[in-house]
Design a protein around this ligand. Structure first.
Ligand code: CAA
Ligand code: FAD
Length: 387
């Protein structure tokens, strides 16, 4: 076992760290307060190669590996988790699926635009009545009589980057009687007739990552914009989430790292009873437990990234690796940011320090891309073979 990073992994980590510390961290609190979408920074991240890290250079990406991707995402999320959410959707949920299941034309058209950061991508699975129970979706796609296009009527909720996305990967049922086996994936161009956006959600955290409802009313999707085969959509959705969940684990590690660093500095600096608070045993226990949970989460996340890299050759599934990483890292981030607020006392509750933002941002990692309850269900079903 070799824990050393390759030269390329170190390079992308350093480039992301440099951009995150100099261009994102100084404006993170302002974007959190305003809820404005950080479009200029996202474009600049695209130019740096952060929007398509695993995308081959032939399709406008950086051609790096999954470990490089999670290292870069940790750095961005340590500065601001909202920037990280937008980055992770472009990389994991959008580009990954098209690279794996798309045609050459789809890769050239859609991956290139999103990996370069010129356009924003989104992934639309959730509906008002179906979040965890994703296969019970009501959105419908009907193939036209001449077979040239599908007519899609869909309502999707909570779509990250929805207000700014040019292209979406969207899931709809082509055969409702077949349940999960009747779901099909489509590439949606938001500039086509029939597409509309609904209300933008006011959120607790990751406030600069815009999230909205979207609607398709008699949207005509050319048959060449179907992603994969008819009826293959649910497996596409799930296997894309296997990879996406590793990204959310990395996001959680980034937030937790920032909260830990702030806590360490405060414990050394803040005095009470004539001493640095870091000398008190109860504060030392918090620091020790934070550090252990942080490093355990990081290791599981890197191992899941490694498992995904092995899968390219073996074809093996890395579902449990991704779910374990997301579950452990998101719960670690929630615990660590909670302790960070406590360790900062009154200042932990103030918007003058970033820890209250880290605490609010951490919560989403336990909810999206499958709640903690769903991760436990996925792990236990696969471990026991029971359901
Ligand atoms: N890879 C490949 N195939 C998979 C798979 C995977 N990871 N998971 C399931 N499948 C296959 C199954 O093998 C099965 O096929 P067969 O019948 O041929 O064996 C089929 O898909 C149906 O699987 P299940 O019976 O297990 O499906 P289910 O209805 O019980 O649901 C679930 C399983 C794990 C709960 C799933 O619905 C789920 O993950 N729910 C959570 C939804 C979610 O994570 N949403 C995230 C939205 S995106 C987002 O949130 C983005 C963001 O914030 C930025
Ligand atoms: P529900 O499924 O209604 O769950 C409610 C509660 O019941 C949860 O605690 C859940 O864990 C629990 N529960 C449900 N089923 C079970 C069970 N079988 N066993 C035990 N407990 C269970 N979706 C997208 O498609 N694309 C996006 O870009 C996207 N971005 C998002 C961004 C944000 C900020 C948010 C908040 C959500 C986003 N989502 C997105 C949706 C997200 O994936 C769902 O909110 C999530 O999967 C949970 O679904 P739900 O909200 O419908 O909760």
């Amino acid at each position: 076992m070799d824990f050393r990073l390759t030269e390329e992994q170190q390079m992308i980590q350093a480039a992301a760290r440099d951009f995150a510390r100099n261009q994102i961290a100084p404006v993170a609190a302002d974007f959190d307060a305003s809820g404005e979408f950080p479009l200029d920074n996202i474009r600049a991240m695209g130019e740096l190669g952060l929007m398509g890290i695993e995308v081959p250079e032939a399709y406008g990406g950086s051609g790096l590996d999954t470990i490089g991707y999670v290292l870069a995402l940790m750095e961005v999320c340590a500065a601001d988790a909202a920037h990280g959410t937008i980055m992770s959707v472009n990389n994991s949920l959008f580009c990954n699926g098209i690279l794996k299941y798309g045609t050459e034309e789809q890769k050239q058209k859609y991956v290139r635009a999103i990996a370069s950061g010129e356009q924003i991508g989104a992934y639309a699975l959730t509906e008002p009545q179906s979040g965890s129970d994703a296969s019970s979706m009501k959105s419908r796609a009907v193939l036209s009589e001449d077979g040239s296009h599908y007519v899609i009527n869909a309502r999707k909720s909570w779509i990250t980057s929805g207000p700014h996305a040019r292209y979406l990967v969207l899931f709809a049922s082509t055969d409702p009687a077949a349940g999960a086996k009747g779901i099909t994936a489509f590439m949606i161009d938001t500039e086509r007739e029939g597409f509309s956006r609904g209300k933008t959600e006011p959120k607790l955290g990751i406030r600069a990552s815009a999230t909205c409802e979207i609607e398709l009313n008699d949207y005509r999707c050319p048959v060449e914009d179907r992603l994969g085969e008819d009826g293959q959509g649910f497996k596409i959705a799930m296997s894309v989430l296997d990879a996406g969940r590793i990204g959310i684990a990395a996001q959680a590690v980034g937030i937790a790292q920032a909260a830990y660093d702030a806590s360490l500095a405060y414990a050394r600096d803040r005095k009470a009873f004539g001493k640095e608070i870091g000398t008190f045993q109860m504060i030392q226990q918090k620091i020790a437990d934070m550090k252990c949970k942080l490093e355990a989460a990081r290791l599981l996340t890197l191992r899941a990234a490694w498992a995904k890299m092995q899968a390219v050759e073996t074809g093996a599934r890395f579902t449990v690796d991704g779910s374990m990483a997301k579950l452990v890292a998101s719960e670690a981030a929630m615990w660590i940011t909670h302790q960070a607020v406590q360790l900062h006392g009154g200042m932990g509750y103030s918007k003058e320090m970033p820890v209250e933002r880290y605490f609010r941002d951490a919560k989403i990692t336990e909810i999206y891309e499958g709640t903690s309850e769903i991760q436990r269900m996925v792990i236990a079903r696969m471990e026991t073979g029971l359901r």
